[in-house]
Design a binder for this molecule. Structure first.
Ligand SMILES: [Zn+2]
Ligand SMILES: [Zn+2]
Length: 171
């Protein structure tokens, strides 16, 4: 994976690469808001992780907390979802020793957490987020947000199987 010099989640772990196996460093993160790879914004991004030198590279372990913006699947209102990002990943070093699909520490000793944090945060977003568990959604007829007001539309809620029966009877 390529190293992105613009990333705010790049850390210089050159000192750790030179240290003996088992050496670790704890890092605290506290960003009011951070943009990852131009498409995921985490507001805020807080937490801490440990970077541990091992024989294969640098092992990253820890937990980060954030919020992500999404759209309610029923009423389309913006929702903010609290997410926890569990870090548990080996970054290989030297980069040439990295198996396909795995992360690596750059030749320059910099480790970029942005691609991993982005991937993990996307996994935390449910397929169908709701603004609240009892969200009433929007009226299919007039588009009224039914959480805010009711409308006078009469929705034909007849079961489609019954509908075909009814058309038989009508004939
Ligand atoms: Zn909703
Ligand atoms: Zn309506």
């Amino acid at each position: 994976m390529s190293s992105n010099k613009g990333s705010k989640l790049r850390f210089n772990f050159g000192f750790l690469l030179e240290a003996i196996t088992g050496t670790s460093r704890t890092m605290e993160l506290d960003y009011p808001s951070i943009l990852l790879e131009d498409d995921v914004t985490l507001t805020p991004l807080k937490g801490s992780f440990q970077a541990i030198r091992n024989s294969k590279g640098i092992y990253i372990t820890g937990g980060l907390h954030s919020n992500v913006g999404a759209e309610c699947a029923r009423c389309l209102d913006p929702v903010h979802l609290a997410i926890t990002i569990q870090l548990d990943e080996l970054f290989y070093y030297p980069p040439q020793s990295t198996p396909p699909g795995e992360f690596s520490v750059g030749e320059d000793g910099f480790l970029d957490l942005a691609p991993l944090v982005r991937q993990l945060s996307l996994l935390e977003i449910p397929m169908q987020p709701f603004c609240r568990s009892d969200c009433k959604g929007i009226c299919a007829e007039c588009g009224q947000n039914l959480n805010e007001a009711t409308c006078d539309c009469e929705i034909d809620t007849i079961d489609p199987r019954l509908a075909s029966l009814r058309s038989l009877l009508d004939n």
